[in-house]
Structure formats: structure tokens, C-alpha cells
Design a protein around this ligand. Structure first.
Ligand SMILES: Nc1nc2c(ncn2[C@@H]2O[C@H](COP(=O)(O)OP(=O)(O)OP(=O)(O)O)[C@@H](O)[C@H]2O)c(=O)[nH]1
Ligand SMILES: [Mg+2]
Length: 253
């Protein structure tokens, strides 16, 4: 098997304190695992991008974007950037705010797959997974969101809204990434659905999700409404024209 060379994409908006802590933890892992990091910053007013650049880590780069355009747009730009570099076997996605623990990464990187076209998902809502310091209301929202997406989209996963993932580059190359439209967190749902349509090998690895300590949440009512509305539309479209949906998201051979 070809050895793994991942790049970790970390979207940031005003994460100047949290990103330094995260890169500190990743530096320890970097002693035993080979990977690069690309921070996707939307011109954060707190100068997140400059602060990252000033750390002068040779394996960390910042993609500077003009302004806040949502998580989905930042990830799409990151995918485009790393795919054209053609240096990597896998793309890892990870929040900057400390909710996704570096400690969980090795198990995710070692997840077994039956195909080169693969997605590994960090999962909170499976045996061994957990959340720390999340209010019950947030836990219920996340569980209900996943349950709804699971039923509406018929995806056999237990955590569809989480953003801690590893996509193989072979999978990303199979997807019509320019057809992804979600701007907010439902980008995660859209990517899970597209990966399922592409027939990817799916592996869920239990993670411990820790509520952010530094910085401010970007979660809003508009983001929840977008996710609910989009999931309903995608579910209807999958039920009515499953093949059209596949053609939309997956490149023909
Ligand atoms: N580049 C970019 N990053 C974003 C944007 N919105 C959120 N992010 C980043 O995406 C990650 C997840 O955002 P969070 O605000 O932590 O969302 P969450 O984890 O659902 O909510 P909390 O943990 O409660 O704050 C963080 O690293 C954010 O900085 C955006 O518009 N642009
Ligand atoms: Mg967060």
C-alpha cells in the first residue's frame, strides 16, 4: 500500500488563540507522522493568518481569502488548492477551536478501508465516542440533525454533521466539487452524501469532541435553518431522481 501523505485543512475565522494551541499539539504529532497543514483563513480581523505565518513552521501554510464566506466556501477553496498541488494522498478536515483533538488523529489515520476511494469520519454518536462540556440542547441538536440526515438521505452513518474527517484524494478527484453549494455547516452533510453516492469505503472512528474554550462560536440560527432546508431538498431529490443526483455529484468514469 502507498504510504499516507495527508494535508490537514483547518478553516479559521478569528481563531488566533485556538489555532496556536492546535498547531502546538500538531507539532508533537508531526514528530511521528508526516503531514502538512493548510489554514484556510477568511481575512480574520484578529490577524489569525499573520499569527500563523509568524510561527514559521515549515509544514504549515495559510491560504488567505478575501473575507468571511462560510465554512463550505473555505473548504472548497482548500480542496481546489491541494488537489492542484498533487502532493497528497489524503485530505484531513479539522476545526481550529480545539473541539477536534489531535489525540484522535492517529486512530483515524489508521482506519482500515477496502478501497482507495475512502472517507473516515470522526464520530461522536457511536460506542467509544463522546462530547465534553456540551449543553444538552446542543447534544440534542447534533443528534437530531444526524438522525434526520440519516433517514432523509439514507446514509448509513451515525455522525453526518461532524467536520473531523479524512478524505482520500482518489475520492475527492471523483467528486464534482464545483457542484457543492452548501455554504455553512451543511457542507459536511453534502460531502457525506456525495461520498456515499461515489461508493466510497466509509469508516467511522469514535472521537471525543470537546466544546471550544477560546474564541467565539460562528454557529447561528441561519446555519441550522440552511442545514434543515437543504437536507430536506436533497432527500426529496434523492428519492425522486437518484441517478440524476449521482450524476450531479460524481464524475462519470
Ligand atoms: N474560513 C472560515 N472558517 C470558518 C467560518 N465559519 C466557521 N469557520 C471555522 O470553522 C470551524 C468550526 O466553526 P465553529 O464556530 O467552531 O463551529 P461549531 O464547532 O459548530 O460551533 P462551536 O464549537 O459552538 O463554536 C472553526 O475552526 C471556525 O473558525 C468561515 O466563514 N470561514
Ligand atoms: Mg467549534
Amino acid at each position: 500500500m502507498v504510504s499516507m501523505k495527508p494535508v490537514i485543512l483547518i478553516p479559521t475565522y478569528n481563531e488566533s488563540i485556538a489555532i496556536v494551541e492546535l498547531l502546538h499539539s500538531l507539532t508533537t504529532l508531526h514528530n511521528s507522522r508526516d503531514f502538512d497543514v493548510l489554514v484556510l483563513d477568511d481575512n480574520s480581523p484578529d490577524r489569525t493568518a499573520d499569527i500563523v505565518d509568524n510561527l514559521n513552521l515549515s509544514w504549515v501554510r495559510v491560504l488567505r481569502r478575501p473575507g468571511k464566506a462560510g465554512l463550505g466556501a473555505a473548504y472548497r477553496a482548500g480542496f481546489a488548492e491541494v488537489l492542484q498541488l498533487n502532493n497528497y494522498t489524503h485530505v484531513i478536515t479539522m476545526d481550529a477551536d480545539g473541539s477536534h483533538r489531535v489525540d484522535d488523529l492517529p486512530a483515524m489515520m489508521d482506519a482500515p478501508h477496502s478501497s482507495d476511494i475512502s472517507i473516515t469520519l470522526g464520530a461522536r454518536w457511536i460506542k467509544g465516542g463522546s462530547v465534553v462540556n456540551w449543553p444538552l440542547s446542543r447534544q440534542l441538536l447534533s443528534r437530531a440533525g444526524t438522525a434526520y440526515a440519516r433517514i432523509a438521505l439514507r446514509i448509513p452513518l451515525h455522525d453526518i454533521t461532524g467536520g473531523f474527517r479524512i478524505y482520500s484524494v482518489a475520492l475527492l478527484k471523483k467528486l464534482n466539487l464545483s457542484q457543492m453549494t452548501a455554504t455553512g455547516y451543511c457542507f459536511q452533510i453534502e460531502m457525506a452524501m456525495a461520498s456515499d453516492l461515489a461508493g466510497a469505503s466509509q469508516c467511522e472512528v469514535p472521537i471525543t469532541f470537546v466544546e471550544r474554550v477560546n474564541g467565539v462560536s460562528k454557529m447561528s440560527k441561519a446555519i441550522v435553518v440552511e442545514a434543515l432546508w437543504q437536507t430536506t431538498l436533497w432527500g426529496l431529490s434523492r428519492a425522486l431522481k437518484p441517478n440524476a443526483d449521482k450524476l450531479h455529484y460524481v464524475k462519470s468514469e
